[in-house]
Design a protein around this ligand. Structure first.
Ligand code: NAD
Length: 505
């Protein structure tokens, strides 16, 4: 099956390290393997971009920008519209590749490609809508306005867990804004990136938009660092762990560049005394176990009102024991593998550390034997302040934390370094409104009677504190990809100065 799939997606016998976005590729000398976590085996060898490759790609992105910024925005939208059509056509194949390369179950892999289509549709509409402001001028016969201009070539560095959608969130909005894109995907998902680049190349050629989307592949940190240091790239959009984000952000800031950070989460759901468990339990199970707990929005902490503790414990243990794990493309499977051996070791370490702190495992806790990087869905009774609970562990691991009342749960929701997603299950209007108030959740996303995981593209997506403060996708997130220019035009015959200043030279 892989061979036919690979040939349909143009992943034949070549060893690419970089794509110039005009259909030409630069071959790698040496390289690294794309692995499948499903079996723990290599899938294909991919080239490692050299400094020359990087230079060629950045120069191409700079050159293409000079043309692309002058194309009217609605025409730029037509490129993205045709990309959405192509992605719809390739949805099943791309989803299968993504499932093989990062281990998502089919439904979630298809959901990720659908998310690319959704953001493309959104970007097409945006290409006819983004707008500036006209403001009243204090000076006679003057007009004052704010106009949004294209920013330049944008570096997009992506994480393994959303190897397709996160590029689309950035690339499609950037493209309609008049920017060009240099993509550095995760070395854990290079084939997905190559397949997407091939589709983008074909569509770009039809629109005379060669070089709008380019690609650089590497498994070495130096490449991402070099992009962060490159003054020709006014924006670096980084999705990944807070540790790497912190380091990159400092490099970008040192050259007065702009960084859009989408870093780690450590998300809590609160089960209030009045919670409807018919909603809460499935939402929490999806949040904790979906994508094998490897979403930035995964539910990792469950803050349970003690009045509901026994019921929640019993129902969650039952739900976790019914989860079928295994080959993510097999029917009925809900839990695929973790991405690699390191991720499995981190899971084992986190369980051991929580036991050492005094935790109790209610379900799971062990890696599964055999090929691939599978672990049991795991429930641990824990306390919020433990160091292991304070950090993000990318695994189907849920910490149950007992709370005497709603106010304590709210406090604990916020008592972690990260601030991405949060949710509250309650039928109490006062608690719901307080959770959503200025004194409520401190996260970028706050949901009531819906889980932490599974955002729609229409709202701005991102989080606070060590999650990095970036916003992507819908709403006004496009502003990050543009520069704002305040313009004043004097259409009179006098030269009045602002604030009534006289300067009669
Ligand atoms: P990671 O930080 O290891 O890698 C992310 C990207 O940075 C990859 O492309 C990687 O090659 C590159 N990179 C790694 N080290 C680098 C360095 N020193 N300099 C420059 N680039 C470097 O993250 P990951 O394991 O791929 O992804 C998981 C993390 O991403 C989790 O923390 C998750 O929460 C986060 N994430 C956040 C969001 C969000 O929207 N907030 C979305 C998806 C994932």
């Amino acid at each position: 099956m892989s061979e036919q799939l690979f040939s349909r997606l143009g992943l034949g016998e070549f060893n690419p390290a970089a794509a110039l976005g005009d259909g030409s590729w630069r071959d790698g000398h040496g390289g690294f393997a794309s692995m499948t976590p499903v079996l723990g085996l290599p899938l294909a060898l991919v080239g490692r971009a050299t400094e020359e490759d990087r230079e060629a790609v950045v120069q191409q992105a700079c050159r293409s920008f000079l043309h692309w910024r002058d194309v009217p925005a609605p025409r730029r939208g037509l490129l993205v519209r045709d990309l959405a059509i192509a992605l719809r056509e390739h949805k099943a194949d791309l989803a299968t590749l993504l499932a093989i390369e990062v281990g998502k179950i089919r439904s979630e892999a298809e959901g990720e490609i659908q998310e690319m289509v959704d953001i493309a549709d959104y970007a097409v509409g945006l290409s006819r809508q983004y707008h500036g402001l006209t403001l009243p001028s204090e000076r006679p016969r003057h007009h004052l306005l704010e106009r949004w201009q294209p920013l330049g070539p944008v570096a997009v560095i992506t994480a393994f867990n959303f190897p397709a959608a996160v590029w689309a969130w950035n690339a499609f909005i950037a493209a309609v804004c008049g920017d060009t894109v240099v993509w550095k995907p995760s070395p854990k998902a290079p084939l997905t990136a190559i397949a997407i680049q091939r589709i983008a190349d074909e569509v770009s050629r039809d629109h005379g938009a060669q070089g709008v989307f380019t690609l650089l592949l590497s498994d070495e940190a130096e490449l991402g660092q070099a992009l962060a240091d490159d003054r020709r790239l006014p924006l670096v959009s980084f999705t990944g762990s807070s540790g790497v984000g912190r380091q990159l952000a400092q490099s970008v800031a040192a050259r007065f560049g702009r960084c859009l950070l989408e870093c780690s989460g450590n998300n809590a759901a609160i089960i209030d005394a009045s919670a409807d468990l018919e909603l809460a339990i499935p939402a929490v199970v999806f949040g904790a176990v979906g994508t094998a707990g490897q979403r930035c929005t995964s539910t990792r902490r469950l803050l349970v009102h003690e009045a509901r503790w026994d019921e929640v414990e019993e129902r969650l243990t039952r739900a976790f024991s019914r989860i079928v794990s295994g080959d993510p493309l097999a029917p009925g499977v809900l839990l695929g593998p973790l991405i690699d051996e390191d991720a499995r070791a981190e899971f084992v370490g986190a369980v051991a550390q929580s036991l050492a702190e005094g935790g109790t495992v209610l379900h799971g806790g062990r890696p599964l034997p055999g090929h691939g990087f599978y672990v049991e869905p795991t429930l641990v009774v824990a306390e919020n302040h433990w160091p292991v609970v304070q950090r993000e562990t990318f695994a189907p691991l849920l910490y149950l934390i007992r709370c005497p009342d709603f106010e304590t749960a709210l406090k604990l929701n916020n008592a972690v370094p990260q601030g991405l997603s949060s949710s509250l299950f309650t039928l109490d209007l006062r608690h719901a409104e307080r959770f959503l108030s200025a004194a409520g959740s401190d996260c970028g996303i706050a949901n009531v009677n819906a889980g932490t995981s599974g955002a729609e593209i229409g709202g701005a997506f991102g989080g606070e504190k060590e999650t990095g403060g970036g916003r992507e996708a819908g709403s006004d997130a496009w502003k990050a990809y543009m520069r704002r220019q305040t313009q004043t035009v004097n259409y009179g015959c006098q030269l009045p100065l602002a604030q009534g200043v006289h300067f009669d030279a």
